[in-house]
Structure formats: C-alpha cells, structure tokens
Design a protein around this ligand. Structure first.
Ligand SMILES: C=Cc1c2[nH]c(c1C)Cc1[nH]c(c(CCC(=O)O)c1C)Cc1[nH]c(c(C)c1CCC(=O)O)Cc1[nH]c(c(C)c1C=C)C2
Length: 571
C-alpha cells in the first residue's frame, strides 16, 4: 500500500523535486552529486527528544568538525522522559512521567556504552534478576491480581492450578496442543492484527487475556489493531517457514547443532548486532552488573541520561540548541555542485531558513502510524505497608469487564518495589497508567483532578487502598506512543522510498515511529544511522530506514549462535 499523503515537512519538497536543475555535476555511475566535501559541515537534527540527542551525539562523534544544530519545539530536551523530585516531610521521592527503566540485553548494549562514555556508570541503579520488584508481575483478572510465574521459577502445580481456575489461561492448553495442526496462512495474507493472528493460530481468549496485557504494557495499544507481522515477527516468520509456529521452531532447532543456541534475526539486525559486538567495549564491572540485572535506571531517574547527553553536546562546542523552534518545512535544494536541505523554522509570520548539508529528522509522520495518549498519575503514600502484593506492578488486559475497569486504566506500576535507591522518603510509590487505545479519537482528556479521581477509584477497587496519597502528580503525554498497526511494514517501506526520493540521502529518519518504541531502540537507531554516515556514507542515497527496505532474504530471518564473538550467519 502506498501512502496517500506525506509528512508535512517533506510534502512541499515532493512537489519541488520535480524541478530538477541542470545536472552538470551529477555523477552518472553512482547517481549522486559528486562532492569533494569530506564531511557534512552543517548538520541539523530535528527534535530534541532522546532520539534527537542521541543522533546529535553519534553524528558529532563520527564527524568531529561538523557543526550541529538541534531544533526542538519545546523549551526542554528529552521529549517524554521527565523525572521530578518531590519533597515530603520525611525526605524526597522521584516521580517519572515517561519511561522509568531500561532493559539489559543485546538491545541495550549501545545504551550501556553511551552511559559509560558519558561517565554515568556510578549513577546507575540495578534491579537484580531475582529481586521481588523484578520477578513478581501481575495481571488483573477477572477481579483480582494474578501473579505470573517468573522466568527461572520452578513450575508450581498449585500456582498454575490457581491461574487456571481464574480463567486467565482459558484456551491456552488446547491452543498450544492444536497449533501445529491449524491450517497455514494463505499466501495472500500479508499482515493481520495480533488478535486475529492469535485467534487463527491458537485461541481468541489467549489474545484478549495474555497478549493484550503485554501490549498494554509496551504500546498501550489494542491487539485488534496492532500488526502481528511487526510485533510478533518471529512467530509470523516461523509460521511462514513451516506452516505452524511450533513446527517452525522444531525445524530451526533440528537444523542447528546442539552446541549452538538458536537466535532469530532479521538479516539487517544481524549486521547491526555484529557491528555492536565489534564496537561496544564495556568495563567488566558494569557488564557484570548488567548481566545480573532485570532492569536499570539512574539515581535521579531517566532524566539523568538526558541531562548528561545535553551537557556533553553543549560542552563539545559542536552543537547548538534551538529551543522553541517549530520545524515548518524542509526542502532539498541544489546548486551547481552540491545538494542541501533548507530547514525553515519558527513562528509562521516570521520564519527563518537555514541551509544544511545533512538533516536527521526525528519528527513524526502522522500518515505512517497513529499514536496513543497516555496519562500517568504518580502517587506517594507514606505508609510502607499499603498493599500486600509486592512486585513490579500489574497490567489490565482488554478482557477485563468494564465494571472492573471503568477508568480505562492499562496498568499500575509499584515503583517503590520495582526500583529501589531513588528516594530518601520511605513509603509506597505507585503509578497508574490511563488511556492508551481506549482514548482513540478523543479530543478532550481528563483534567488533572479528574485523572487523580480515576486513579484513586481504581486503586480503591483493585488494591483496597483506603488512604489518600500525600503527594501526587498527573501528566498527560499526548500522542506519545506510535502504534505499529496492520500494514505498518508496507507503509514504512513506502515512506523510506519517498524520503529517499525527496531528499536524495540528505535527510535521514530516526525515532520511535520507525526504529522501535523503547529508549534502547531509539538510541540504537540513532547509533546505526550515524554508523551508516561514516566516511563517505553520508553521501549515499539512504533514508535511515534501510532495515525496512532490506529485501536480501525476502522477509526471512536468519538464526545465529549466541556465543560471545560475532555470530556466524546460518542459512
Ligand atoms: C508512558 C508509558 C509507556 C508505556 N510503554 C512504554 C512507555 C514509555 C514503552 C515501553 N515500556 C516497556 C517497553 C518494553 C521494552 C523496554 O524497552 O523496556 C517499552 C518499549 C515495558 C514496560 N512497561 C511498563 C514499564 C514500567 C516498562 C519498563 C520500561 C519503561 O519504564 O517504560 C509499564 C507500562 N508501560 C505502559 C503502560 C500502560 C504500563 C502499565 C503498567 C505504556
């Protein structure tokens, strides 16, 4: 499917690119302007969220002589990541409005290297793998908290029986047994919703109970809209390979020598993974802590990473911040020998235009994905024994009856259990997450007072909390999480082609809409973009969306052994 419209900033460019100049210096063999310039002298980064800051950082490292300007519409950097300290009579507590933790693992290696390079390792706090906050995760179903078995926990018959009795596992056993015998998807089916995929291969109830809870916790999204091909990519691939997820797993396992562990990669990710392994050099102690933790963050919250990045960029002398700068337009311009991008910013009545050799855009394209809005209510209670359940928190699946969730909450995080070491005040810290896909199409959202009322009514019903918090904060993150809905991969491909066509490699796209919604994803995307600019890479006609257009294996994945060295490709 082609995009009907384009991102506003590139729209005008698409009209103008038809007016081609006399291509006297267009190199006919490589189809790009032959420029003797060794590096991009002027670079613009559009957006000062984590993707924009990380992009500026990695581009500055690749090209120490480049001058970089970051345009940010708000008056602060960091985007959705905001951490605030609140004073209480007995000490202070930290409230996070956006992402609050990072997950370790291969996807976090670039983040870890960045943290180390910024000198932040001493400020990192780790939640150990076995800790209560890390291992106890709950799902609210149908009218109470159900603890999920944690990874590595020995199977407990009575626990499983209890979960079965609650109805949370309804349909799961037969779904798993029958999955290998269900018909293969028709070749014409290029994508479908997660809900439809699970219904087709297993059982609708498994989707509405388990999958929807997980998708609430990551995307705040609706399993009946999110793309199975993108978000359940491995299961989708295995079905394509062998007609069934289970049989696909068996096939790959049987073809892999016993001493190797199967890891499935998109071919593009395998290249990135290899490059990460080659370039990341972590201190032994830091690496050991990362290996042993379930999640990590900073003493002063995630904003520490943003502040350290900003300070580093300011001190580099290479980077200039322009806050309160709305990007109105970007367009490709050409003179006799070179191509540039003109970036127009500022208020509509008195806009200003600057010319750049290269632009990195983290701005959104509303035609690529919809977004959901999440409202967070952070609450602090001095009572340390407010709730009997200890753990990370709980998620509320779509299957929970309206009477049990009229507030349209997605989940509750037990912050004071999940991460310890951020607060000096003792007590219980919770965050209630409201909205997400339940608010699709809404024009008005709850006021702070209303959101507080919703959060408290939920906590009274679900956790039997009778006390009022002494401190709370409400934050509305409007359109904060992009939704990778059905057809996303085709739209992304088409978007990549449009960006390449319109900017001829002079504008690269990075960010949560195109590279994954997690903080690690955004940082890794920025790093990979900058890596591709290396040397003369910045002169290549690329868009930053090369993963989407990588047709080397026609959508297949490759498996690789998980040894410590660079993986060998197995096909
Ligand atoms: C503002 C709300 C967010 C919701 N999801 C995300 C944000 C920022 C992004 C996100 N959350 C998680 C992942 C998985 C992998 C990762 O990179 O960590 C992603 C991409 C897992 C997660 N879910 C919740 C938490 C606290 C975390 C850990 C990471 C983080 O701090 O964001 C709980 C949770 N997140 C959301 C809801 C509705 C929710 C409910 C309890 C939406």
């Amino acid at each position: 499917m082609r995009l009907r419209k384009h991102v506003p900033v590139i729209e005008s460019t698409l009209k103008r690119v038809a007016l081609r100049p006399a291509a006297s210096s267009l190199c006919s063999r490589c189809r790009r302007y032959a420029s003797s310039q060794a590096y991009p002298e002027k670079v613009a980064v559009l957006g000062g969220g984590i993707s924009g800051l990380a992009s500026a950082y990695f581009v500055a490292k690749e090209f120490p002589k480049s001058k970089i300007t970051i345009y940010e519409a708000n008056n602060h950097s960091g985007g959705w990541i905001q951490s605030r300290r609140v004073q209480t009579p007995t000490g202070d507590v930290l409230f996070e409005y956006g992402a609050r933790t990072l997950r370790p693992g291969s996807n976090a290696l670039i983040t870890a290297q960045l943290i180390q390079d910024l000198g932040l390792t001493d400020n990192v706090i780790f939640a150990k793998k076995g800790s209560t906050g890390a291992k106890n995760r709950y799902i609210y179903y149908p009218d109470r908290l159900q603890r999920l078995p944690s990874p590595g926990e020995p199977p407990d018959f009575w626990h499983i029986a209890e979960l079965w009795r609650s109805g949370l596992l309804a349909g799961a056993p037969s779904a798993l047994l029958l999955e290998p015998f269900r018909p293969k998807r028709p070749d014409s089916l290029k994508d479908e919703s997660i809900g439809a995929f699970i219904e087709r291969r297993m059982d609708k109830r498994v989707g509405n109970n388990m999958a929807s809870a997980v998708m609430h916790g990551i995307y705040a999204g609706d399993i009946w809209k999110l793309s199975a091909r993108t978000l359940l990519s491995q299961a989708w691939m295995l079905e394509g390979l062998a007609g069934s997820i289970f049989r696909g797993m068996l096939k790959i396992q049987s073809e892999t020598p016993l001493e190797e562990k199967v890891m499935l990669f998109h071919p593009y990710d395998l290249d990135v993974y290899k490059a990460v392994r080659e370039e990341v050099k972590l201190d032994e102690t830091f690496q050991r802590h990362l290996n042993g933790c379930a999640m990590f963050t900073f003493e002063d919250g995630m904003a520490e990473l943003v502040m350290a990045l900003k300070k580093n960029l300011e001190n580099s002398g290479q980077v200039d911040f322009k806050f309160g700068s709305w990007v109105q337009d970007t367009k490709l311009v050409r003179d006799e020998s070179r191509q540039y991008v003109d970036v127009t910013t500022g208020p509509t009545k008195s806009p200003s235009t600057e010319r750049y050799d290269l632009v990195v855009s983290t701005l959104r394209n509303k035609h690529l994905t919809p977004f959901v809005t999440v409202q967070t209510v952070n609450l602090y209670f001095p009572n340390t024994n407010l709730i009997p359940q200890k753990g990370f928190g709980y998620l509320i699946p779509q299957s929970v009856a309206f009477e049990e969730n009229p507030e349209r909450a997605l989940g509750v995080i037990f912050d004071s259990d999940a991460i310890q070491g951020q607060d000096t005040a003792e007590g219980t810290k919770l965050t209630v997450m409201l909205g997400g896909h339940y608010w699709d199409g809404w024009e008005h959202y709850p006021s702070d007072d209303e959101a507080y009322g919703l959060a408290m009514s939920l906590l009274r019903r679900h956790l039997k909390i009778k006390e009022e918090p002494t401190h709370y904060h409400v934050n509305l993150s409007k359109d904060c999480i992009p939704q990778y809905t059905v057809g996303y991969e085709e739209r992304l491909k088409s978007y990549a082609a449009q960006v390449t066509d319109a900017y001829k490699g002079k504008l690269r796209v990075v960010g949560s809409q195109t590279h994954g919604v997690g903080v690690n994803d955004c940082i890794r995307g920025a790093w990979d973009m900058a890596r591709r600019l290396r040397g003369a890479g910045w002169k290549k006609i690329e868009s930053g969306l090369e993963r989407a257009t990588d047709d080397r294996y026609d959508g297949a994945w490759v498996s690789a052994p998980s040894d410590q060295g660079p993986p060998k490709i197995k096909q």
